[in-house]
Design a binder for this molecule. Structure first.
Ligand code: PXP
Length: 242
């Protein structure tokens, strides 16, 4: 299991004043020095946080895995192929949302992904991950496309307020991870994870590969510093009882 830090909100803070700092690429360096295995960013159509220039700076700076999160538009396919990250994670994206609101509806995107998106990466070394909810049908369709990985959407678990709802969501994630693993895909996870809800997740859900964490980690870094915060998350990831 490895930690990939999402640096989108370093860019959010920078863009609030239009100055050149804080710099997502500098933050990426600190995260990797603290032990993170890689960096994630989401280049949104509206460029509300990460800008196209950031992507190229991150490609130059990041030594570990670079995960390019994006909507599957022709523009993003072209930029991602030019950048050549280790991984692209395809997500649904709507203009009004504050953040990604759920996994891909695989039935809706299936034909487009089969005919346009997956062929676009056929002659590259870029691995593909599909951001999905822990639903059997979506996971099966991801496997049918030949996806290298899925990223399980952990947002519903993160937002659950009662112990019983949290337990239900953990069980769904566990079953989703088991199914994806059986179908030969790597299992990543992310969205809404923090220092409190990460331990039950990593101790319950099997086969986890990349854990992608952004907002809560960058927020905690305001109080503890980026280096120390990355280490706090790594302590959880490295001390799972699985
Ligand atoms: N994974 C995906 C697919 C996402 O869209 C996001 C948010 O950009 C994350 C992980 C990270 O979520 P958070 O910022 O809540 O940690």
């Amino acid at each position: 299991m490895q930690l990939l830090v999402n640096v989108d909100h370093i860019a959010t803070l920078r863009n609030a004043r239009g100055e050149g700092y804080p710099d997502p690429a500098e933050a990426a360096k600190v995260c990797e020095q603290a032990g993170a295995s890689g960096i994630v960013f989401h280049l949104r159509k509206d460029r509300r946080h990460i800008k196209t220039e950031d992507v190229y700076r991150l490609k130059e700076t990041v030594k570990g895995d670079l995960d390019f999160e994006m909507a599957a538009t022709d523009e993003m396919l072209a930029i991602s192929k030019d950048v050549n990250p280790e991984l692209v994670t395809l997500v649904p994206e709507s203009r009004e949302e504050l953040t990604t609101e759920g996994g891909l509806d695989m039935e809706t995107v299936f034909e487009d992904f089969r005919d346009r998106v997956f062929p676009a990466y056929a002659n590259t070394d870029i691995a593909i991950s599909l951001f999905v909810d822990p639903k059997e049908k979506d996971i099966e369709l991801a496997a049918k496309l030949g996806s290298d990985a899925i990223e399980l959407h952990t947002g519903t678990y993160a937002n659950a307020t009662t112990e019983s709802d949290k337990e239900t969501e953990l069980q769904r994630l566990k079953e989703g991870a088991e199914l994806a693993h059986t179908l030969g895909m790597k299992v990543n996870a992310g969205h809404g994870l923090n220092l409190q809800n990460l331990p039950p997740l990593v101790n319950t859900v099997p086969h986890l590969n990349d854990i992608s964490i952004g907002h809560a980690l960058i927020s905690s870094a305001l109080f503890y510093g980026l280096d120390e915060t990355v280490k706090k998350f790594l302590t959880i990831i490295n001390n799972t009882n699985k």
